[in-house]
Each structure stands twice: as C-alpha cells, then as structure tokens.
Design a protein around this ligand. Structure first.
Ligand SMILES: CC(C)(COP(=O)(O)OP(=O)(O)OC[C@H]1O[C@@H](n2cnc3c(N)ncnc32)[C@H](O)[C@@H]1OP(=O)(O)O)[C@@H](O)C(=O)NCCC(=O)NCCS
Length: 197
C-alpha cells in the first residue's frame, strides 16, 4: 500500500497524491498495542529499523509498490501523508525485525482511519500475528471513536486479501493506483470495515 498508498480514487472519485517533506508528528503516542509485539511509535530516527523490516522481503515490497525497494523507502514512508492531513494524524509504528504499520486518522473522511501499510517480516508470518495486529488496530480505532478502517490491497496480493476477508473487510471499489514514485500503476482493491460499536 506509498504514494498512491493514500490515494483514494476510482469509485469514490477522490484523487489524492502528495508527499509532505516536513517532519513527522511530534504529537503524543497513540499507544497502539499488540500483545507480544514490542511496537513503538516510529520517529525519523527509526528509518533504519523500518528499512530493515522492509528489506526482509523486497519482492513483496515490489508487488505492493510497483517498484523495487529503494534505499530511502523508509524515510519516504515516514514522510508521506495524504493531502490535507496534518502530521499529528499520521502514525508509523515499528517492531524491530518484525513489523511496520502506517496508520492515518481522519482519512478519507473524519470518522475513518486508513491503514497505509501493514508489513510483517516473512519469519513472523503464518502464525496469526497479522490477524492479531489487525484486531488490535480495529480495537484502537474503536477506542478513539473511529467508525471505520479502510485500506487498499494489491489485487495479486492473495495472502493479504485472505487476511482482510477473514477479518470482515468488504470491497469498496477497485482502481489503478499510481505507485510511490509515480513509476507505474498497480491495481488495488479498496476495502473497509465498519467499526461502530
Ligand atoms: C499479509 C500479512 C500482514 C499477513 O500476516 P500473517 O501474520 O501472515 O497473517 P496470519 O498469520 O494472521 O494469517 C495468515 C495465514 O496463517 C494462518 N494462521 C493463523 N494462525 C496460525 C498459526 N498459529 N499457525 C499456522 N498458521 C496460522 C491463517 O489461518 C492464515 O491462513 P490463510 O492465509 O490460508 O487464510 C503478512 O503476510 C505480510 O506482512 N505480508 C507482506 C506485506 C503485505 O502484503 N501486507 C499487506 C499489504 S495490503
């Protein structure tokens, strides 16, 4: 899911592409917690830790982004925000060697949160961690009065699609998404789950 990662278009008709080069939010921690995972809110200094997780599976990164893993992919991820979304609404989390999460609040509309990226290192997959992370994110969104969680998944990413389907996400639409560096387009499905309690 980088530029284009936050592009919501196609069926909902809203194209949004922007990279902000200002620093990450200095807002308070939003304390996303996943049992058994040493997750921390990422700062600019965590770019290396993020890059390391992404580099555990460059082939999948290429599938998601439509381009090879560039040396500054993590720095780019840390900076990237949808247009109009202030820094305090962008939250990147990292667990060393295991996991990277990119979450935006209030996008594409106020009560919706957007999962820009969920990336587990291959060694951490297939053990239920992805499911637990998604459950924790959903609980976190609910706890912060969010009404829905939305994301885009690459059509060919069968494993991730199975996960989202199993967790109750529904299809919102399908679109071609421009990749982070605007090199190519990848076909993505927009999925969402309602979280109103
Ligand atoms: C997609 C992704 C997040 C899924 O995470 P995961 O930890 O592998 O997911 P889970 O372990 O919860 O579920 C995966 C499979 O393992 C199975 N599983 C769950 N718990 C298990 C356990 N304890 N033992 C064995 N298998 C288990 C699940 O049933 C599931 O099977 P299925 O794919 O046939 O439905 C992970 O593969 C990933 O990060 N991929 C690369 C990046 C990516 O594609 N991100 C999504 C972008 S939209």
């Amino acid at each position: 899911m980088a530029l284009g990662r936050f592009r919501v278009g196609g069926v909902c008709g809203r194209a949004a592409r922007a990279i902000r080069h200002d620093v990450l939010s200095r807002g308070p921690s939003t304390d996303l917690e996943v049992e058994g995972l040493a997750l921390r809110r990422a700062r600019a200094a965590d770019a290396c830790a993020i890059q390391h997780v992404l580099s555990t599976d460059p082939a999948t990164w290429e599938l998601l982004e439509g381009t090879s893993l560039l040396p500054d992919a993590a720095a780019h991820l840390l900076r990237e925000r949808p247009p109009g979304v202030p820094p305090e609404r962008k939250h990147v989390y990292v667990a060393d060697d295991v996991c990277v999460i990119d979450l935006v609040t209030g996008f594409p509309d106020e009560p919706t949160w957007y999962l820009g990226l969920l990336f587990l290192a291959p060694a951490a997959r297939g053990q239920g961690l992805g499911t637990r992370v998604l459950d924790a994110i959903a609980a976190h969104v609910r706890a912060h009065q969010g009404h829905a969680l939305r994301l885009a998944v690459v059509v060919e990413n069968v494993r991730a699609r199975r996960l989202y389907e199993r967790c109750g996400f529904a299809l919102v639409g399908r679109r071609a998404r421009e990749t982070a560096r605007g090199v190519q387009q990848v076909d993505v499905l927009e999925l969402a789950i309602a979280l109103r309690s």
